[in-house]
Ligand binder design. Sequence first.
Ligand SMILES: [Zn+2]
Length: 237
Amino acid sequence: MAGTDTHAADGQRNVSDWTNKLRAGVLGANDGIVSTAGLVLGVAASTTDRATIATAGLAGMVAGAMSMAVGEYVSVSTQRDTENALLAKERHELATDPEGELKELAGLFVARGLTPELARQVAEQLHAGDRTLEAHAEVELGISVHHMVNPWSAAIASFVAFTIGALLPLVAILAPPPAHRSWVTFVAVVVALAVTGSVSARLGGARRGRAVVRVVVGGAIAMAVTYGIGRLIGTVV
Ligand SMILES: [Zn+2]
């Protein structure tokens, strides 16, 4: 029975892992949509030259995707280094002072509401098995040793998510004839943001209406501002 329960818990954790990854992907795509839409609308407001708009959009897409990937790599690496250092310290403490660590673990269970006797029993059983470090990592440090994120996969995932998002406004601005570029892009982006906002709210268990309004209004403001700047600079220069 215990085996089955462990499997059920692992299954649940995998689902929430997957949901979190998907949600991060949707948010990354959102970034790609909004920043590239702002960029190409700003350029399109000052020129009708298709090559100029395409160059700016592509450069913005690559720069944005790279910057997201590097940022993600650095942040996940740093987190992993910190977690590895904490695990090494814990491993050392377990090897040099097992009784002290046993008391510490029992104390943490008491703090969570167990009676001292039961806490001691639980801690002793965890120390008797071969998953002692795992138990300390989870209870004491809040680290799950089986779910450490790889910085490379995190970096690649955000690169891909941003690029997929960026392609939408890029296609929307380049496909139609010059007179219709801006409004087609604006409408395509608003629709796309409504979809991504709705999906990420659903994944995060939040109320959908509010999330959609937030992301659509935010994106619309970003596009209006860059379009305005493009118009202004296009007329002045
Ligand atoms: Zn410990």
